[in-house]
Design a protein. Sequence first.
Length: 308
Amino acid sequence: MLQSVGPFPLAFCGVSAYAGSIGGKGQADETLRQTNDHDAARLRRSLTRDLHSRDTHRVMAGLIGLRALCGHASDKYWESLPAFGGNQSPAGRRQSGPRDVLRAFGARPLSCSEAPGLYAILSNISRRAGLERAPELFLLPCHGMNAYALGGPEDACISVTRELLRCLSREEIAGIIAHEVAHILHGDTGAMHWASAVQREIAALAQRGIRDLMARSQDFVRIGSQALLLAAAPVMAELLIAALSRVRELAADARAMDLIEHPKALVAALCKLEYFHTGLSPLHAHLRQDTHALRSHPGTWERISHLS
């Protein structure tokens, strides 16, 4: 199911110094150059993650501001926001756990005896990520090359499709699994549940605010601008949530590169996924696709450009 790992570069085998002694000064210089390039790439990824973190905070601040505006208009300004986390809704109802959600979609647990290579990949990446508990693996019965992560570090699950395991190499699968582990590390399930809860409150408060404005005043000229802003608030919330999702995807890509031994394998995996789903290369798909503000994922070409 998983292809075997090819030979490792010398720099990853712990023999770079020995390679210099047997290969001459030219090979030692090349090893040093590769090491410097590797360190520079890690620094760039660290700076990129910081940028994505700031973008995340800006989007969340925008959602909070919209919610406050709608709450003020409907006399609910001082009510608290939904708790940040994946297990609480605005009303405090307990939501289904990751296992229940996956089983509802027909996914079944993958045992270690069924996919020992996949478990080895996941164990290595989880160790690199500092997770005390490796996520549970599930097999999705749907068609396509996909993987999904649900939950936080304490109850995380990762689901994969058969096509993903069949069509990607071991290193490419590691890149995809690392991306999903990064989502778990970043708490993205909780972040998106929180954002969705705020969005629902914005929609309810905006509707209530418009109704209250109309009931309190018949001066449509005076309240028109405020009513228009409230009417637009739900759409603005959708745009912010889509932007938040795209930022979290790019952040997961950047984090994944530090969790795998072959960073270029993630780019190769993204290219294969794009071709599988569209029949096009990432560049050709980028040129043909229209950029849409409501897209929850950045385009493959954009993701590759952030990783290069």
